[in-house]
Design a protein around this ligand. Sequence first.
Ligand code: SF4
Length: 417
Amino acid sequence: MSFQSLWVWELEEVRERLNWYYRVANNEQPAKFLICRRVRAEFGSESSDEELWREHRRCSEEFRGLQRELREGGLRLRDLEEVSPSLMDLKVEIVRRMLRSCTFCRWRCRVDRVSGGKLGTCMLARTSKVSSYFHHLGEELPIRGTTGSGTVFFTSCNMRCGFCQNGDISKDKDNGLDITPELLAKMMWELRVEGCHNVNLVGGEPTVHLHTIVEAISMLGKVVPEKEDLAYMWLMKPDYLRWRRLPRERYSIDGEFNVPILWNSNMYMTPETLELLRELVDIWLPDFKFGNDKCSIRLARTPWYWETVTANHRTIYEWGEDMVIRHLVMPNHVECCTRPVLSWIAENMPGTLVNVMDQYHPDCFADPASPDFDPRLSDIARYPTPHEIAEAYRIARELSIPFEAISLEKKGLVLKF
Ligand code: SF4
């Protein structure tokens, strides 16, 4: 079965809301980064930060005009020439400067991650680490498709969820191998030529690696792994079989390497980061966990959660981006978290696809069997009951949130047509 023939694309609510992503995945449209490379930017090393942002806003407008024409079919990628410097180069310059006084995420630590002296909440200096990258076959059906989502797991995080389901890498920033932007671009390339439908950037949290990721995207398709790269890269690749390489037309458009970029994030980022990602991310997979700051502070030591995450979700919705929101149902938190989160989505982002996730398990400091167990997390130290999950689904249904196709397909509970 092919990606295009999956039953999920027959559903109007899915096909319409993920239309850009679908078309990029099938090489009917270029990924946004390819358009970025065709928008001329005027800047130099002497430009002030303010000038760079002003130019970024101007270029973003131009980008949107081109994307509209491409979408409507009045323009093809081959009609546009790559330019230098481009909007892509401008983004690289901006993230490099931001790294010197880091404001990638809401903590706004303003530490100099280039000099690497004092570290911020993510505890990262300049170098990024990847713990693994592979064909992920467990994501939502439109994301995993038939041959998997090309997932890259970065280490470290900017939140401190006591129950983290990826605690081995989010809590341990060193649980991976050093990578450079060039190496990351090669990993992304490899995943796509092996058939992955997208490149899925996750962690931990990708936001704290923004500089590495943006620079890697700027090189994407321009660098390919050599033998010695593969020997190192494959230390991070647990796929037990090296997947076959597809013919070029399966991963290119008008002769250029093409792949949708997926941002799989806790959304605890600054508006500046969001602005930079707007012209790079083809599909968003944002988490929306807590329904109030009391829970986010107690369970994840994260202040300003509600205002930050709602603002970011609202922004990408207003931009008309393709997205699937993930909400993890936690035990004893249906009324204080699930209900307000789903109600807010229904009111502020009507029609957005949501995955109401039932796979919570007590982990890290919430695992009563672990020596690290923190009794202050006793309320989430168990699996959610079937009643709690059913109640979460009932709330979503009552609010007319389109969640069933995305949330229930693995259970075989979706009426397909
Ligand atoms: S990414 Fe966030 S947590 Fe890390 S240094 Fe920057 S602002 Fe601080």
